[in-house]
Design a protein around this ligand. Structure first.
Ligand SMILES: Nc1ncnc2c1ncn2[C@@H]1O[C@H](COP(=O)(O)OP(=O)(O)OP(=O)(O)O)[C@@H](O)[C@H]1O
Ligand SMILES: [Mg+2]
Length: 104
């Protein structure tokens, strides 16, 4: 069984669209429009015990968002994550006993 298993993982963020100027600010109070940001779009991989891996990509590619889902800080929009047999976002504290994570 892999230590980390990720299947069709997705994370969308809904971002409030900002209108410029005073009139825009007033408009935002009444009706705020949101745009969908697909931060992680259908990622699948598995990592076995003893493997040493890197996860690379340009700024904003979704690396940190992926790691946050592996730690249980963020809940995926869809897809599945399993770390040591634990679903991180369902059992964040139990998962935290087995992992280490550092954010720059
Ligand atoms: N909490 C959030 N709300 C809205 N958008 C977000 C949020 N977190 C990340 N994003 C957006 O999702 C995308 C992926 O961000 P992420 O931080 O995962 O990228 P990254 O690969 O870690 O980038 P970097 O190399 O700069 O650390 C970016 O467009 C980012 O702006
Ligand atoms: Mg990052």
């Amino acid at each position: 069984m892999p230590v980390i298993e990720v299947e069709h993982l997705m994370k969308d963020f809904m971002i409030a669209k900002r209108e410029t100027g005073f009139l825009g600010a007033v408009k935002s109070l009444v009706k705020r429009e949101h745009i969908k940001k697909e931060a992680v779009k259908d990622i699948s991989f598995s990592i076995n015990e003893g493997e040493m891996v890197g996860y690379i990509g340009p700024n904003g590619a979704g690396k940190s968002t992926t790691i946050k889902m592996l730690t249980g800080i963020l809940v995926p929009t869809s897809g599945s994550v399993k770390v040591n047999g634990i679903i991180p976002y369902e059992n964040r504290q139990e998962n935290a006993k087995n992992i280490g994570v550092v954010f720059g």
